[in-house]
Write a protein that binds this ligand. Sequence first.
Ligand SMILES: Cc1cc2nc3c(=O)[nH]c(=O)nc-3n(C[C@H](O)[C@H](O)[C@H](O)COP(=O)(O)OP(=O)(O)OC[C@H]3O[C@@H](n4cnc5c(N)ncnc54)[C@H](O)[C@@H]3O)c2cc1C
Length: 572
Amino acid sequence: KEYDYIIVGGGTAGLALATRLSTSLPESPILVIEAGPAAAVDELRITVPGFRGSGLGSIYDWNFTTTAQPHIANRTIDVNRGKVLGGSSALNYLCYDRAAAAEYDAWGSLINNTDRWNWDVMLSAMLKSENFTGEDGDKHGRTGPIRTTYNRKVPEFLSTWKPSLNKLGVPINDGASLGGKPVGVMYQPTNINPNPEPGRWTRSNSATDYLPLAGSNLEVRTNTRVAKVDFIPGSQPLLASGVVLEDGTKITARKEVILSAGAVQSPGLLELSGIGQPAVLNAANITVLRALPGVGENYQDHIRLSNVYRLKDNYSSFDPMIYDNTGSIATEQLRLWLAGKPSWYDYTSTAYAFLNWDLINTTTQSTLAHLASHPSPTHAVDIQKSKFLTDPSVPQLEIIMESNFVGATPYPGTGNFVTLISSVMHPLSRGSVHISNSSIHSPPLINPSYLSHPYDIQALIAGAKYARRIAHTKPLSDIWTQEVEPGQKIETDAEWEAFARSAMGSFFHPVGTCAMLPEKEGGVVDAELKVYGTSNVRVVDCSVIPVLLSAHIQTAAYGIAEVAAGVIAGRA
Ligand SMILES: Cc1cc2nc3c(=O)[nH]c(=O)nc-3n(C[C@H](O)[C@H](O)[C@H](O)COP(=O)(O)OP(=O)(O)OC[C@H]3O[C@@H](n4cnc5c(N)ncnc54)[C@H](O)[C@@H]3O)c2cc1C
């Protein structure tokens, strides 16, 4: 059987794109090939919002790890990625937000000043993908597939969040953070469907809410892995004829092959197909069909640190739902969830702050700006990040108040905790992901180069120190008894640095590895997401994001897919 379009990866962007293409081009046979399974409708690890995190390490996770990272004591960091229909949208933590307008505008200015990509384009695409329930005055889509709303149950102590930050001079930004101006402290929505029968609040993802809208011309094959793109020998530019599966089966694409395998695996598929850095391909004994040095480079990810506080006895947290999930509280809450009644298992993250360094103090701003500009950045992505450092509309630090223990050490066994997770929004370390040999079955070599730029470690420490300051500000200071991580013993600069290097984690947001940039800047795709040197291969997923955003990135994945569907259907 032949198809017009083959989409590799039925993940967040892949299913959104496939659904939109199938309805825009009803005469075109379209195939999505997904390596993972379709999860059962009653798969609680995916469906129950409060079970977020329980899919990690499961059959729905690729379970990759980084190479040993020299700047964090040679630790390796887990690289969790969805391996299931819905991809990482089925595995993620359901934070739903958008970055500053200037950050999407930068995409267009970096790729030859095109007006194909900017805030207006991405906002309209992101709104098209959203279906919000509620009234908050913010920018929301109301008719799109992905259901969003606010948590209906939040722990009582969360009420200390906004006043404490506000006391430190951070503006309250409730109901106004999704319109391109995220700086401030606020509650944000979450990708939950609030009213499916029988009243259960469930995770909304690309498999549950885009795919059912697809036309009958869309076929989905699960548990099927693509090994590479097949090119017509001697074609110039390279013309793809289809894909080759891991068992050698060839499937024909009459028009296009679109890679939506995510930021960790789309670059590897290009390399296995003969497009990439000659040194990488030669080492893997793969014939170079097109040298493209940017493939797999420019890996960027959000880095995070936790400050964990033990709550006073009169406060209960989400901890029993995670760490005592056979206990009576958890059992009762799951019974309520199954009955479609308000339950703690409806709950996800709610309380956020997006800050720039100025909001902490001018010394932090100038110290970090100095680190970022010495030596002067020369790469377009780094230059862009240094411009963001002087733009007060662009956040540099996110802090989330989590209602449970999220430490670098194991859960202490008993007790209720609150965690302030701080994350650097524009780290300057950029790494890479490459294949190690010619087999699709070998895991990729993921080297994010965490903390290799001196800005990153100091930014991480500045965030965690500020989180401690928040914790010591009333009314938040009234709810806890002990700082468990990093612990009050961490005080000197050297102690903070050792702690940060030993406890730093990832926020699961890799981007940039098939960057939409000019080829001479290390770009892999052009403004129409077409791979340089090919006439009919595109990449549509988070790997095309050239500069990491100051937001959780699923909204961008949906937005990119919506824009790409318009581009592809317009060209058909
Ligand atoms: C644990 C976790 C928590 C997160 N939390 C949040 C959050 O709270 N909010 C937020 O906004 N973002 C969050 N993210 C990030 C966000 O969900 C992802 O970055 C985004 O969904 C990625 O979308 P994508 O389309 O680029 O890739 P994916 O959704 O990962 O899709 C790639 C798909 O391709 C498939 N695939 C790969 N290789 C092949 C192959 N060779 N053949 C066939 N199929 C293949 C994969 O199985 C997968 O289904 C989180 C991510 C993770 C992993």
